[in-house]
Ligand binder design. Structure first.
Ligand code: CA
Ligand code: CA
Length: 657
């Protein structure tokens, strides 16, 4: 995919602020005198519709080179507007990207820097009174609506959309629930909207014969969430047509699971050779996953087409800036998605969950008749946190607080006076911890920070090597040093999402209890098919671990492991070592610990608390208690999943004499 040059992308940095000092309309008039003349009479601020897809890759739209999936409405939007070729998401996963959009801050400053799963419904919430795009546009006189997937706070939390600057809200508050397109309820403005869909988990395998009647049909229902969302969006536009409105439309498409109604599937059924997906790599089974995935994207495109048609019907098309992007790059080979078949990241390396270009470079299309010149391409380097200052400028307000963004309004208007970022910055603590910097043509990236706090920086020249294939770090030490300084200075530490795991704590020097005579009394669940059995939680081998069952049925917390120590001990603490392999699933968060003489009646816990996600031992001390039996009970997992695991449990204490 070549990157056509454009005036905006190559413009030198200059005093744009000075240039913009006059009225915004006057500045626009300089660029597009004929087109703007018709609008000068109008004092009304433009409506803004910001559409964000979920996990849609850089090359998954026809106008970005996709050959298999049809997206006529978005291709038309690009024909009638501008298409950015160097636009970046806020993060490589859902929640932080959304936080960057709404607050105008990158992940070195954002409050939410990773998917912070809470054990109940929802993710870690935005704090009260966060200066969001919604609040800002309310102040500018807009009616604001958010429809789709939220991910920045569950029901009753400070993060709820109605508490964060949105007059109207409809959709999934919780990202995990959005894994199922047939939910049993959604939320509208704090009210639960029940939906008569069957209840089923969004992660399961197909039991039995794939083509048995009812096999795949179990994973559908009567109410398809994206259909409800577009209806709600059309209604919102109709109801607010008389005033300036802002609609943040965060569709859940094409995030897995693959689920799509038959009328859309019919467009693709039988088009490509393919095998049924039976659910062995997460999410839900599908009989024709390639056709299913493509159909989901095309149905989303059809919905956006309906929105465009409505704008025309209401005579609002010329008064509305409509933009489309994605919250992160395409996903990888899970849930029936076929990355090699769709080539959803085009020439880019990487995918969702990492900071190579494929994880963060996404489409951005914007149409604003009379302001944005149709059929243009912009190579200006911008990111999701630039949207807030851009919309501030369009709405004629100042952002309420500092942002990391730079308005790209000049690029939209086709003006050459576009201020450039001196750099873009990302950090992501999951997957081993990584940081990335885009600086001019250069991209610096380092990975595995959890294992190596000073991990080496990889350096790529994106102008010559957009696929990040040649690490040039050795040839440009001065650029690498500069990027290393940015990786330090571009960020502040986050309380909830520390980039580096805490150093291993100093452990007490209390004596440890030998494990020679320990015996498993009972465990409520163990993963037999891959040998992660209960006794491995205390076999003295840090490389083996107990894990609860996760194939097929996945029993939920609490999980309990009861051990007979062979004789009585005075116990005053224990150490928990989660699994030491590459994974973290099953790392216990909230626990209770019991000591006693009757394995069936261990009474009240002697200790309770929570662990962090780490690969080292975590020590818990408590008042000395005598007993022959101990039990550890897992109440939740670090990512809110139903699993638990222990690589080694060590007890601190002495034999009772
Ligand atoms: Ca996403
Ligand atoms: Ca072990």
């Amino acid at each position: 995919m070549s990157e056509p040059p454009s005036a905006s992308g190559t413009a030198p940095r200059q005093s744009r602020r000075q240039f913009m000092k006059g009225a915004g309309a006057a500045a626009a008039a300089l660029a597009l005198p004929r087109l703007v003349a018709a609008n000068e009479k109008k004092t009304r601020k433009p409506n803004i519709i910001f559409i964000m897809a979920d996990d849609l890759g850089y090359a998954e739209l026809g106008c970005y080179g996709q050959r298999k999936i049809c997206t006529p409405s978005l291709d038309r939007l690009a024909d009638e507007g501008v298409r950015f070729t160097q636009f970046y998401s806020g993060s490589t996963v859902c929640a932080p990207s959304r936080c960057c959009l709404l607050t105008g801050k990158h992940t070195g400053h954002a409050h939410i820097r990773d998917n912070g799963e809470l054990p109940t419904e929802g993710q870690r919430p935005l704090p009260p009174d966060t200066p969001t795009i919604g609040r800002m546009l309310q102040r500018a006189g807009y009616t604001t609506g958010a429809i789709g997937k939220w991910g920045l706070g569950g029901p009753g939390s400070t993060g709820e959309p109605n508490r964060q600057g949105f007059d109207h809200w409809f959709g999934y508050l919780c990202q995990r629930q959005a894994h199922n397109y047939y939910p049993t309820y959604l939320w509208r403005n704090g009210q639960k909207v029940p939906l008569d869909n069957p209840t089923f988990s969004a992660h399961q395998r197909l039991d039995g014969v794939p083509d048995a009647p009812g096999g795949f049909d179990r994973f559908r229902g009567s109410y398809y969430a994206p259909d409800l969302m577009i209806s709600e969006a059309l209604k919102f536009v109709r109801e607010n047509q008389k005033r300036p409105f802002f609609l943040y439309y965060a569709t859940i498409v094409p995030h897995l699971a693959i689920q799509v109604p038959d009328d859309s599937l019919a467009d693709y059924r039988g088009k490509w050779p393919e095998a049924p997906y039976l659910g062995d790599r997460g999410y839900l089974p599908h009989p024709t996953p390639r056709a299913g995935y493509a159909a989901m994207v095309t149905r989303m495109d059809r919905d956006i087409g309906r929105l465009l048609t409505l704008l025309e019907e209401l005579g609002l098309a010329d008064d509305t800036l409509i933009a489309f992007t994605s919250d992160n790059g395409a996903t990888f080979d899970i849930g029936g998605y076929d990355p090699e078949f769709f080539e959803g990241t085009g020439p880019l390396r990487g995918h969702k969950t990492n900071l190579y270009e494929g994880g963060i470079r996404v489409p951005l299309i914007a149409r604003w008749p009379g302001h944005i010149r149709p059929g243009t391409t912009a190579t200006h380097v911008a990111a999701l946190w630039d949207v807030l200052p851009t919309l501030a400028e369009i709405a004629g307000v100042k952002p309420q607080s500092d942002t990391d963004g730079v308005s790209f309004l000049p690029t939209l208007l086709g003006q050459p006076e576009q201020e450039q970022h001196s750099y873009l910055y990302w950090e992501f603590r999951s997957g081993g911890g990584s940081q990335a910097v885009r600086m001019g043509r250069w991209k610096g990236l380092r990975r595995n920070l959890a294992r190596q706090h000073n991990a080496p920086i990889e350096l790529y020249d994106l102008e010559a090597d957009v696929g990040e294939t040649k690490n040039l770090a050795g040839q440009h030490p001065e650029i690498v040093r500069k990027i290393a300084r940015i990786m330090k200075s571009a960020r502040t530490e986050s309380e909830h999402f520390p980039l580096l795991p805490p150093s291993p704590p100093v452990l007490s020097d209390l004596p440890t209890i030998p494990k020679d005579n320990w015996r498993l009394v009972r465990v409520d669940s163990e993963s037999r098919f891959n040998d992660k059995l209960g006794h491995m939680a205390f076999d003295g081998d840090e490389s083996t671990h107990w894990h609860t069952q996760w194939k097929g049925a996945q029993p939920d917390h609490p999980h309990e492991l009861v051990i007979d120590l062979g004789r009585r001990y005075k116990i005053e603490g224990f150490r928990y070592l989660p699994r030491t392999d590459g994974g973290v699933n099953g790392t216990i968060r909230e626990f209770e610990f019991f000591v006693g003489d009757d394995p069936d009646r261990l009474g009240r816990p002697v200790a309770a608390g929570s662990f962090v996600s780490a690969k080292h031992e975590q020590e818990i001390l408590f008042a000395r208690t005598a007993g022959r039996y101990v039990s550890i009970r897992s109440l939740s997992e670090i990512h809110g999943k139903p699993f638990a695991c222990i690589a080694e449990l060590t007890l601190l204490g002495k034999q009772v004499r």
